[in-house]
Ligand binder design. Structure first.
Ligand code: SF4
Length: 357
């Protein structure tokens, strides 16, 4: 970008920028928090999470001292729960090992858990004004159009190319404002569909606009393959307690509470499912599952399509145990950090049922 485009971009930004609570600060803690929350999340959706985290944990020591359950409960509904766990681990590290002080450069920041090159650059740029470009999805799109670049933004080669273009475009006098402005331009003007080119402050310098290739930029190599998973959930209770456990590492939703569940790569037959269920505990031998089927939902994750079915099994006395699961009072149900899928089942079935009792 030429120096004139820099001026146009910054002038536009100073007039049009949204007022966001993490913008007018150089404190790395709220900047980091907002960046972690806003990865793969829209600003309007992430805002309430940001405000809740800041209210509950106003500084890094308070976040570090929170329990994992408190953190996951506040995070509930945002998805990508490893982000919350990594954020918590990093808060502990900075609080306990660095006296609560964030490392002052993008290189040092990128060594921390859960802080990738993007977040490291964002914190270093906005908090410490380091002259490093910040490349989020919005910036990739603006740069691909500004330079009419046809390298795929999701290929290794393409990412290197865009890193170069981003350095080339950086405003070295005001790198932090430049980064915020180009991100904001991508969010408000240079949108994925129907970009507002007539009102774009850098249209004069936009090569894709000149070449009439805006709708072809950015180029993507290929979509992520989505795998189906068929999940069968068992809500097993006796009116007072129900069976639940924290999900283990190496699978989705690590650390969140979930019901006993059996998953398949293809939808099982009734007899296959019943057999697998009965194998969980010999006391379940007489149960015919299909008569307990109460709710189903299709739930999308970035790489998976989950077809979930829920079965409600009420027991008169003891609930038969399942290895790894514990009995928790039904009263605690909504206070446990849970996936959005389990939350949907709670709202649409369990809580409705309990209202009727
Ligand atoms: Fe994006 Fe259009 Fe502006 Fe080019 S002119 S940067 S395509 S909004």
């Amino acid at each position: 970008m030429t120096p004139i485009a820099h001026t146009e971009l910054l002038n536009w930004y100073s007039v049009n920028k949204r007022k966001l609570p993490w913008r007018d600060t150089q404190n790395p803690y709220p900047i980091w928090l907002s960046e972690v929350i806003l990865q793969q999340t829209r600003v309007d959706q992430g805002m309430s999470y940001y405000l809740r985290f800041m209210e509950n944990f106003p500084d890094i020591h308070q976040l570090a001292n929170a329990s994992e359950e408190q953190v996951l409960k506040l995070w509930q509904g945002l998805g990508y729960y490893s982000r919350a766990r990594n954020m918590h681990a990093t808060a502990k590290y900075i609080s306990q090992n660095l006296n609560g002080i964030f490392p002052g450069s993008s290189v040092e920041l990128a060594k921390l858990k859960g802080i990738g090159p993007y977040t490291a650059a964002a914190i270093a740029s906005f908090a410490f004004h380091e002259a490093v470009p910040v490349l989020d999805g919005n910036v990739f799109r603006v740069l691909s159009r500004l330079w009419d670049e046809d390298s795929a933004i999701d290929s290794t080669q393409g990412k290197k190319r865009f890193q170069l273009l981003a350095f080339e475009s950086l405003n070295l006098s005001y790198p932090h404002l430049h980064n915020q402005a180009i991100m904001e331009l991508g969010a408000l003007v240079c949108k994925p569909k129907n970009p507002d080119c007539p009102n774009c402050p850098i249209q004069t310098w936009c090569m894709a606009f000149k070449a009439d290739t805006v709708s072809m930029r950015p180029v993507k190599a290929g979509k992520t393959k989505v795998k189906n998973r068929y999940m069968h959930y068992f809500f097993m209770e006796n009116g007072k307690s129900f069976l639940v456990a924290k999900r283990k590492a190496g699978d989705i939703w690590q650390g969140l509470f979930d019901l006993p569940e059996i998953s398949f790569d293809a939808q099982p037959s009734d007899s296959q499912l019943t057999q697998a269920f009965q194998n969980l505990n010999s006391e379940l031998k007489q149960v015919q599952l299909f008569s307990h089927f109460v709710y189903e939902s299709i739930h999308l994750l970035s790489h998976r399509r989950l077809f979930a079915r829920f079965y409600h099994l009420q027991f008169e006395g003891e609930v038969p145990g399942i290895h790894g699961f514990e009995l928790v009072e039904l009263e605690k149900l909504t206070r446990l950090p849970a996936s959005r899928l389990f939350e949907k089942f709670q709202k649409n079935y369990i809580l409705q049922e309990r209202k009727q009792e």
